[in-house]
Design a protein around this ligand. Structure first.
Ligand code: 8YV
Length: 323
């Protein structure tokens, strides 16, 4: 039987690309350029499987086709708000993602951001690199203590729980959790966390708020001006989820008028384009979507995609099917 034809839309870790090539008839993207909707439209006529990433917008323009050849989109990443599940479903295409294997590394990065914004690490680094450091003094770049403070987690799924573990067991933080559905008492107990009923209830109680919910239309601007206004003066917001979850104009307003202490962002609305006003703010730490960017996580994500593909083409239900 002919091997399934598989398109990988970006460069992947070498070990995973090699394994994919052993198993499937694979087309790699050696130039690592994102596909245009036109490229994507052509691809769904040709390949049995496409392995997209967050840089592929898979909506109506990309899916315009009566009878696609593609039967599975095996997404490289846990978030899939870049894929229009309704339209994909109309074509009978299966979608899978890569949960679990990136949870620890993404939580590590969220903790990195939290520490960086609280302790003004970005400002300090810029000062040294720009030759502006004049020496130690008691009032220099004084930040905010992290240990023992209260952390609010929006989205108490796998990554949110890993974040809670680091913050609670590493830094003695008190954990408050907001989650759409009830969290099992034994899960909350692992970090002595308390679930609250709404984001509005969470915001005023926290010194730090970290976002770990999905993106997409349902969570667009979940953090808006009204909710930012509920945060404590001096509190910090951390986002490793998706850019659209925060209303960036409202965030800029809050930073400008100093109604919150600052924010630390790994993801941006419309990335990689960044609102220039964000770049101008010193109360912001920004990283270029590095949540899962470790060799270990990126390889594990790739091997998880291969598991899903092998199950699918063997006629089994892929473990990470999301539609
Ligand atoms: C991925 C992510 O690197 O998994 C996710 O949802 O945000 C990142 O960790 C990226 O989305 C790859 O598609």
């Amino acid at each position: 039987m002919a091997r399934p034809r598989v398109l990988v839309t970006r460069r992947w870790p070498a070990a995973v690309e090699a394994r994919l090539s052993d198993i499937f008839d694979v087309r790699l993207n050696t130039a690592d350029r994102p596909l245009t909707p036109t490229d994507f439209r052509a691809a769904i006529r040709e390949y049995d499987a496409i392995l997209p990433t967050v840089t592929d917008r898979i909506g109506a323009p990309a899916l315009e086709c009566d009878r696609p050849q593609t039967r599975i989109l095996a997404n490289y990443g846990v978030g899939y708000s870049h894929i229009d599940l309704n339209r994909v479903g109309q074509h009978g295409i299966v979608v899978t993602n890569t949960p679990d294997v990136l949870s620890e590394c993404t939580a590590d990065l969220a903790m990195t951001l939290l520490l960086m914004i609280a302790r003004r690490a970005g400002e300090g680094e810029r000062e040294i690199r720009e030759g502006r450091w004049t020496g130690w003094r008691p009032t220099h770049l004084v930040g905010t203590k992290v240990s023992g403070k209260t952390l609010g987690i929006v989205g108490y799924g796998r990554i949110g729980q890993e974040m809670a573990r680091r913050a609670h067991h590493g830094f003695g933080m008190k954990i408050l959790a907001y989650n759409r559905s009830p969290v099992a008492p034994e899960i909350l107990a692992q970090c002595n966390a308390t679930q609250v009923d709404s984001i509005d209830e969470l915001m005023p109680l926290c010194d730090f708020v970290s976002l770990h919910c999905p993106g997409g239309a349902q969570n667009r601007h979940l953090i808006n001006s009204a909710r930012l206004a509920l945060m404590r003066p001096g509190a910090f917001l951390v986002n490793t989820a998706r850019g659209e979850v925060i209303d960036e104009a409202a965030l800029l307003h809050a930073l400008w008028f100093e109604t919150i202490g600052g924010a630390a962002l790994d993801v941006f609305d419309g990335e990689p384009d960044i609102n220039p006003q964000l770049v101008a703010s010193d109360r912001l730490v920004m990283l270029p979507h590095l949540g899962s960017a470790t060799r270990e996580a990126r390889e594990a994500m790739g091997f998880r995609v291969i598991d899903n593909l092998q199950d699918f083409f063997a006629g089994r239900e892929p473990r990470d099917r999301v539609n």
